[in-house]
Design a protein around this ligand. Structure first.
Ligand SMILES: CC(C)(COP(=O)(O)OP(=O)(O)OC[C@H]1O[C@@H](n2cnc3c(N)ncnc32)[C@H](O)[C@@H]1OP(=O)(O)O)[C@@H](O)C(=O)NCCC(=O)NCCS
Length: 202
């Protein structure tokens, strides 16, 4: 199967590059926090072996027609501080997901990274629909969703069973091809001026 282009991208503060095994320590640093995984539907990591297995799985995904996972790297200290990905990709539609090391929350970092990934989704993958789902209780994700100008579509009740058996309602929002290309989303034009995409790709 032909691998999908996953270009390195640079925004004002960040480099997005494919997640790799050099990231094990940085992934484990935040993946063990109870603030991170449970808000995204996974159990906190208890050892670096789990972080390593997650990275290997992310690399393997590319062999099955998925774009793969970006590492979010803060350029000022060259530290890997989170991941962002387009997943559940199926020709015209996909979903976006992300997590960030709590030491770096409340600086708009994921919004900056997600803007780049949304541009990638609509201009390189040529998506017709990009979905964003978050748990009803996840107030930070809700706010990120608003800042990215996704359109809320509704609440899927009892949609997700968490790793501890808890059943959770999920909010679903989306950006469509029509939204993206019709000037409906205010941030796109200005953001693209500062976005660098490595044309050689990965
Ligand atoms: C979701 C996540 C990536 C957001 O990162 P972040 O750095 O907090 O995001 P931002 O700073 O850009 O935005 C968060 C917003 O939530 C707001 N916020 C924070 N705590 C809040 C609260 N208790 N109630 C309401 N809003 C709150 C912040 O003020 C901010 O909005 P603002 O920029 O308008 O002030 C991060 O919290 C995370 O990794 N969480 C764990 C994993 C996760 O939930 N992933 C997403 C799964 S869908």
């Amino acid at each position: 199967m032909i691998k999908i282009l996953l270009p390195v991208m640079e925004t004002t503060r960040l480099t997005l590059r494919p997640l790799s095994l050099i990231d094990i320590d940085d992934v484990f640093e935040y993946a063990q926090s109870p603030l991170v995984g449970p808000n995204a539907g996974w159990r906190p990591h208890t050892s670096k072996l789990e972080s390593e297995a997650f990275i290997k799985y992310s690399i393997k995904k590319r062999e099955f027609g998925q774009p793969g996972i970006y590492a979010i790297v803060l350029r000022k200290n060259n530290k890997m501080i989170g991941t962002i990905e387009i997943h559940s990709y199926n020709q015209y539609k996909a979903e976006i997901g992300f997590v960030l090391n709590p030491d770096y929350w409340a600086q708009g970092i994921v919004v900056e990274a997600a803007k780049a990934v949304i541009v990638y989704g609509f201009e390189i993958l040529r998506l017709k629909r990009l979905q964003y789902g978050y748990f009803l209780f996840n107030v930070r994700s809700k706010r990120v969703c608003e800042k990215l100008e996704f359109t809320k579509e509704g609440i899927l009740r009892n949609k997700f069973q968490n790793y501890n058996g808890e059943i959770i309602d999920e909010v679903v929002a989306s950006i469509t091809h029509e939204d993206y290309h019709s000037n409906k989303i205010a941030w796109i034009v200005e953001f693209k001026k500062g976005l660098k995409v490595d044309s050689k790709g990965f």
